[in-house]
Design a binder for this molecule. Structure first.
Ligand code: PA5
Length: 339
């Protein structure tokens, strides 16, 4: 099976952090008369980006359930930033550097006088930010944005450490161990993919593993060109679950559970019992890992490989995402964004 860039993930994680500027906190910029001081106190971190880049925000949000991060993480997947931010640090992530929504958000952040850090392989984001002296972490390339996930994520972990949001240094290697462990489970991943053929997967996760669920859905969409739904409990247990009584569509319930989920596992166990009592046969995926980062990285790697295996079973080419390219081109042609 062709694992594309997955075998490189440990080295992508390690290489990417070397490019985080050492002097981040000493930066002081004057942009259009506004002084932006990277040494000031922050009261939130906004992570802005789309798709395979934006999912980094969801993953950090998961981790902050376990790490007790000092300030809230705000995940922004939009061309505009949330209103009424006070003293945020804005991390703008775009693998290509050419995603208009992310460039617009970064520009808006600068115009509001917020410190911004870009993470990208280059493109317009790097050019726009670089020309203003804004720090940019240049990361190694992969076959497509989603295959570069560790290179997009690991610099954020270092940035959070430098801004005193949380202390992650001791866990970085365990995250890489999680990737390596998942790479040993390719046969299991293929078996799981077989069970998903001819179905619409309904992916159940707890709030503290929302990022793993979203990433799995996105990988199903983009690698296997497969439709799926993520239901986050407890909320999904108050609405999505009602649809388990329907018989007309081939839903395949997939419950993802970590060994140390913040909410504990009992809620999802009950949910699985209820879903089963209506005749469904949920697949249960138990994530492995001793630390929150190890478990998260195991989950996103293992489930990503499942989607590659599914693409193989369906005879689908995994890397290209033509509708997304077409949308980006048309947005640009019709000048939807001023970037
Ligand atoms: O995985 C993908 O290819 C997409 O989801 C992209 O990440 C998304 O379109 C945003 O592009 P970029 O990551 O280059 O900003």
């Amino acid at each position: 099976m062709n694992l594309i860039d997955y075998p490189r993930w440990p080295s992508l994680a390690r290489e990417s952090i070397l490019n985080v500027p050492m002097d981040l906190r000493n930066i002081r910029l004057n942009i259009d008369g506004k002084v932006i001081d990277y040494n000031g106190e922050i009261d939130s971190v906004v992570i802005t980006g789309m798709g395979g880049s934006g999912v980094v925000g969801d993953i950090i949000n998961d981790l902050c359930w376990f790490w007790d991060c000092r300030v809230p993480i705000i995940v922004s997947k939009n061309m505009r930033l949330p209103r009424r931010l006070s003293r945020p640090l804005v991390i703008a992530i775009s693998y290509s550097g050419n995603t208009a929504e992310t460039i617009m958000s970064a520009n808006e952040a600068l115009s509001r006088g917020y410190p911004v850090i870009g993470i990208t392989t280059g493109g317009k984001l790097s050019a726009v930010l670089g020309s203003k002296g804004v720090p940019v972490v240049l990361i190694p390339k992969a076959s497509a944005p989603r295959y570069g996930l560790p290179a997009l994520l690991y610099p954020v972990l270092i940035i959070l450490e430098r801004f005193g949001v949380t202390s992650v240094a001791n866990e970085l290697e365990s995250g890489i161990a999680g990737i390596e462990n998942a790479l040993k489970h390719v046969d299991d991943a293929v078996n799981l993919a077989r069970q998903l053929v001819n179905s619409i997967p309904v992916v159940w996760v707890t709030e503290s593993r929302r990022g793993v669920g979203i990433r799995f859905k996105n990988d199903l969409n983009e690698n296997a060109k497969y439709y799926s739904v993520v239901s986050v409990v407890p909320e999904g247990a108050h609405n999505d679950i009602a649809a388990v009584t329907t018989k007309q569509v081939g839903l395949r319930h997939v419950a993802i559970m970590g060994p140390n989920d913040y909410e504990g596992g009992l809620y999802e166990e009950v949910l699985i019992d209820v879903v089963s009592s209506f005749g469904a046969k949920p697949i249960i995926i138990r994530l492995e890992g001793k630390t929150p980062l190890e478990t998260e990285m195991y989950g996103v790697t293992y489930l990503g490989i499942v989607t590659l295996a599914l693409a193989g079973l369906l005879g689908v080419e995994p890397v290209s995402t033509e509708p997304i390219d077409r949308l980006k081109n048309l947005l640009s042609e019709r000048r939807v964004f001023q970037v």
